[in-house]
Design a protein around this ligand. Structure first.
Ligand code: AMP
Ligand code: AMP
Length: 341
């Protein structure tokens, strides 16, 4: 029988690396953290990495890739891979990679993502192709934006043009999407689908903690206007939430449909951790504005498990650990190809 000691688990030092590496160690794997020189402190301090490989910048990942191949390391992709390497570069990774690379292309292209979610019968906010058609509150999202930086809200074509002026001609602001702004509460649902067990699990939920969207209510509306404070969505952290229990059946069904629809998009389909990110309105409609086809940072509060993983596992089960368990099961059943892509 193949043994997990023949493999190592590796990831980039950022985003969800702490729980991925901790989870891998809990499952018995040796771990490697690829760190930017000045960012290695947490990975040393928390003792999650058996080995640290230093690089100057994440884009230098390919310079050390051979070291990973030589050590039979399996790479766990997370938000920093696509953010700093781009999905095209990620698809060129030659080392073993957990998850279907082909799906990343669908996730990173907003119109492809939309096609996928519509096919899965998921409710989506309306998109305005032309600013002149704006007839309700909308949110403008720049494609290059890292973590919601620079998004803005408008109500009318005039307001759009006056706010867009300050971005016009500046780098990273050429491409954007104009999306209906849904008034409700943000809910991000963390899923895990295993091709080995054929089961979809809900690992937990979170909402984001965004600057300054989450603090603007601390200032009176009059002062917000007088001082000219504009809402921004820069991600700074995540807050755990527990969903109203009667909404759970809907959340499971949405996840099932997304996995099913993904099987038409890329060989192997979507598996492992993924997340539907959206807003629930007062009529309890769950509008999804984004899918992440990989582990999301909203799972970070649950290093020791979430209320939902506790119901199922009776042992600490983070999403990072669940990933490692999937890999371990695949190795022990001689089906490693079922978790690689
Ligand atoms: P970082 O390595 O922190 O720059 O993050 C890489 C990517 O993941 C960025 O695009 C961030 O927007 C996203 N990200 C990082 N941390 C979080 C978080 N706590 N919640 C949601 N998204 C995040
Ligand atoms: P995103 O980068 O697409 O994940 O969006 C960042 C943040 O903007 C979210 O966490 C929400 O707070 C907010 N947001 C994005 N899209 C919408 C929407 N269509 N309606 C309301 N709020 C939204």
């Amino acid at each position: 029988m193949a043994n997990i000691s023949d493999y190592k688990i590796a990831t980039l030092g950022s985003h969800t690396a702490l729980q991925i590496l901790k989870g891998a160690k809990d499952e018995g794997f040796e771990t490697i953290c690829i760190c930017q020189k000045d960012k290695k402190r947490p990975y040393e301090s928390y003792g999650v990495a058996d080995q640290i490989i230093e690089i100057d910048a994440f884009k230098d990942f390919f310079k050390i890739e051979q070291q990973l191949i030589d050590q039979n390391a399996i790479i766990i992709p997370h938000g920093s891979f696509v953010a700093y390497l781009g999905h095209e570069k990620v698809s060129q990774i030659k080392a073993m990679h957990y998850g279907t690379k082909g799906i990343l292309e669908w996730e990173s292209d907003r119109s492809k993502e939309r096609e996928w979610l519509l096919d899965a019968d998921i409710k989506l906010p309306k998109i305005f192709d032309n600013p002149e058609d704006i007839d309700r509150p909308v949110i403008i999202k720049f494609h290059g934006a890292l973590g919601g930086k620079g998004y803005f809200i408008a109500n009318t074509p005039e307001e759009f043009h006056s706010k867009y002026k300050k971005y016009e001609g500046t780098e990273g602001h050429e491409e954007f999407v104009i999306q209906e702004y849904i008034v409700g509460v943000p809910v991000y649902t963390h899923y895990f689908y295993s091709r080995l067990t054929g089961e979809l699990e809900i690992m937990g939920f979170d909402k984001r903690y965004e600057s300054n969207a989450d603090s603007i209510g601390r200032v009176a509306a009059k002062d917000q206007v007088d001082v000219g404070i504009e809402t921004t969505y820069t991600i700074t952290g995540n807050v755990p939430i527990v969903l109203r229990e009667s909404l759970l059946p809907q959340a499971f069904e949405m996840g099932d449909r997304v996995v099913e629809a993904s099987q038409k998009l890329a060989d192997g389909g979507l598996f492992g951790p993924f997340c539907l990110e959206g807003i629930i309105d007062p009529m309890l409609n769950y509008y999804v504005f984004e899918i992440s086809a990989r582990i999301v940072a909203g799972t970070n509060p649950y290093v020791h498990g979430s209320p939902y993983t506790w119901l199922r596992y009776d042992e600490p089960m983070s999403t990072g650990r669940r990933l490692a368990r999937d890999i371990k099961m695949a190795i022990e059943q001689n089906q490693i190809e079922k978790v690689l892509g």
